[in-house]
Design a protein around this ligand. Sequence first.
Ligand SMILES: NC(=O)c1ccc[n+]([C@@H]2O[C@H](COP(=O)([O-])OP(=O)(O)OC[C@H]3O[C@@H](n4cnc5c(N)ncnc54)[C@H](O)[C@@H]3O)[C@@H](O)[C@H]2O)c1
Length: 243
Amino acid sequence: MSSVTGHTALVTGAASGIGLACARALADAGAKVHLVDLDPGVRDIASEVGGVGHVLDLTSSVSALPAEVDVLVNNAGVQHVAPIHEFPAERFSAMVELMLGAAFRLTRHVLPHMYSRGWGRLVHISSVHGLRASAFKSAYVAAKHGLEGFSKVAALEGAPHGVTSNCVAPGYVRTPLVEKQIADQARVHGISEADVSGQIFLQRTAVKRLIEPSEVADAVMWLCDNSFVTGTSLAVDGGWTAQ
Ligand SMILES: NC(=O)c1ccc[n+]([C@@H]2O[C@H](COP(=O)([O-])OP(=O)(O)OC[C@H]3O[C@@H](n4cnc5c(N)ncnc54)[C@H](O)[C@@H]3O)[C@@H](O)[C@H]2O)c1
């Protein structure tokens, strides 16, 4: 039996990749799961997982989402690869709003319930780019570094109420987000698309493979089962940040 059994969870960006793996793991552990995504396909995916689907653009208000949530996984994210002098300003703002602003607004939305119950788990899917930088990822690195800081504040405020807050910081995971950036990575680095995997994705990781979404979900579930681990970031990065 997991500590999430019988609790209510909400996962953002749950129609794909890491979010879907987290929603599945939480449902398999006996949680009632709300799956939130921009993609209308989230409704069918939620039925298949055994949860409830919500179609929402997280850069807008989250007030329509359930607030009675015990486990919040802030996961939705996007990537844009371009040098700063060419990076569209509105794209920068939208990415920070999605990956940092929405995490703040959703946390704010569910904390009163967690505090009233004296138990809660906030898990934020950060990235190795919340701990390290890479060229051409200004919005992503800025948002993820901000998310790491926000999580620490939530950990300090939540501790007296039984609420933990942690980040999971993966390296490159086998998801559509990674597949979609192959062409842009090749362009900005001046290499062929065939060389992106070896020269960009696997270059800085000691373990030379992509991570599977289920391995990130395992880390999320481990954090949910711990009451003393808070305010930290769990790198699931094949040794990238050991360097
Ligand atoms: N894939 C990786 O290598 C990797 C590595 C480290 C961290 N991450 C992080 O993991 C998280 C999930 O990434 P993934 O690889 O599973 O990506 P993904 O593209 O497979 O899934 C992201 C999901 O977020 C949804 N989404 C995007 N914009 C949204 C919006 N405005 N409102 C609601 N939903 C929205 C998408 O529809 C999609 O279903 C992201 O925060 C990403 O930064 C990914």
